[in-house]
Design a protein. Structure first.
Length: 205
């Protein structure tokens, strides 16, 4: 289900387009400006697609441990190479009318003009840790979105199967560079030397 936005609609009062609203817009009727205004007023992770919003589940402790481990493993290498790496919450513009919030966003060049303050206009690599509430969001829907955004590489970290899938953009769609399991070391096709031991990640506590 796309949102618990009905709860938001009934309980929140937000300012949109300069008008105080008793109810937020109905699903399918949100504007990009209203979405951006909403995300500036809440600590929830919220994604936006063609007039509809989806409130993402609050991350668990295990999710955060894996996220921060990946960030720390990648950060030194990326920054040393002159790149930029950040973690959610941070919006990524897929295209006009669609925003996602990847768990990790990476650019090879920190001066890349896609690096913006309010939201990034693209990325070279994104990582998602699969949420158990709706795994297809990360495994089926977001590959289409990130391919549409032209992001060269997408990592899917799936605690449900204890696998890391690395997808590489070929043309306008992703192909599997590798599906890494316990005992493997997941590696990037895009960035030589960027890798993580699958066991280390899923055993992190």
């Amino acid at each position: 289900m796309a949102i618990d936005a009905r709860t938001l609609e009934l309980k929140l009062i937000r300012r949109a387009d300069g008008i105080e609203l008793d109810l937020l817009p109905l699903q399918g009727l949100w504007t990009e400006e209203q979405y951006l205004a909403l995300t500036n007023q809440t600590n929830h992770l919220i994604e936006f697609s063609d007039g509809a919003i989806e409130v993402l589940p609050m991350p668990t402790s295990r999710h955060q441990v894996m996220l921060l481990l990946l960030y720390e493993l990648f950060r030194a290498m990326i920054q040393r190479a002159g790149g930029k790496i950040l973690v959610a919450p941070l919006r990524l513009l897929v295209r006009p009318g669609k925003f996602r919030e990847p768990d990790i966003l990476m650019l090879r060049d920190a001066k890349d003009p896609r690096y913006q303050d309010a939201f990034w206009l693209g990325a070279d690599l994104v990582v998602e840790i699969v949420s158990p509430d709706r795994p297809e969001r990360d495994t089926e829907e977001k590959p289409r979105d990130y391919a549409e955004a032209g992001i060269p590489e997408y990592w899917i970290v799936n605690p449900l199967t204890e696998t890391i899938t690395v997808l590489s953009l070929v043309g306008d769609a992703y192909t599997e560079y590798g599906v890494f399991q316990r005992g493997d070391r997941a590696s990037s096709k895009l960035l030589a030397g960027l890798s993580v031991a699958v066991d280390e990640l899923f055993d992190a506590r």
